[in-house]
Design a protein around this ligand. Structure first.
Ligand code: HEC
Length: 198
């Protein structure tokens, strides 16, 4: 009985202790302050295990198709490169200021992991759901699965791209450009048409 009371007492003291520390405000939540290694490892393990567990039943499409790789490029440039970098850009204000630091997807060693089936599932899950309290947003709120798979496919080939290839693969053909080419195509049609009439 005394033993059980002892355990109960210890538990109550620990809970009160945690409560006092948390409410006193001494925990620093600044992003310019590193966690102590114990807390960092704890959070890292929780993140890795959580993503691996949650993503294990995701069905991976064929990520090798050229069309898939190229269609993810423009989205990557617009939405991800500011944090996850691009060829020739070694850091940005956001990549430097975030804690934990966003992984650099131009680094072949970082991306190697995504080339396995499990790695593809996990990166897709992280893109779709985001990672709580890290700065990594949940893109699934505003994008369908096909667009997010295209970004996974693009990231897997990003380390192989030089700056020019990156620019080519990430330039969005916007409405103005389409209109311009439509107009010149239509002019050609008119020219051909008038040629035939003569
Ligand atoms: C505002 C910065 C920011 C933006 C924008 C951002 N990310 Fe992230 N991302 C992060 C951070 C920070 C992490 C690391 C989180 C961690 O380690 O807990 C991360 C993690 C990831 C991971 C998981 C990495 C791993 O192996 O665990 C993937 C995949 C990813 N991001 C893809 C993307 C894609 C694709 C986009 C664009 C659609 C994007 N991110 C946009 C900050 C960002």
């Amino acid at each position: 009985m005394k033993f059980l009371l002892g355990i109960l007492f210890t538990v109550v003291v620990v809970i009160i202790g945690i409560f006092v520390v948390v409410t006193s405000g001494v925990i620093n939540v600044g992003a310019d302050q590193a966690h102590n290694p114990l807390v960092y490892n704890f959070l890292e393990t929780a993140r890795t295990r959580s993503i691996a567990h949650a993503s294990e039943d995701i069905v991976v499409p064929d990520l090798e198709q050229a069309e898939m790789i190229s269609s993810g490029g423009a989205d990557y440039k617009d939405m991800c490169a500011g944090c996850h970098l691009s060829p020739g850009v070694e850091s940005t204000d956001m990549s430097e200021g975030l804690y934990p630091q966003p992984p650099n997807f131009t680094n072949a060693q970082v991306v190697e992991r995504y080339k396995t089936a499990a790695g593809a599932q996990q990166s897709f899950w992280a893109i779709k759901h985001g990672i709580m309290a890290s700065g990594m947003p949940a893109w699934g709120a505003s994008h369908d699965d096909d667009r997010m798979w295209a970004m996974v496919a693009f990231i897997r080939s990003l380390p192989d791209l030089d700056e020019n290839q990156y620019t080519m693969l990430t330039t969005r053909i916007d409405d103005d450009m389409l209109n311009m080419s439509m107009n010149s195509d239509m002019m050609d049609m008119f020219d051909e048409g008038s040629g035939m009439a003569h």
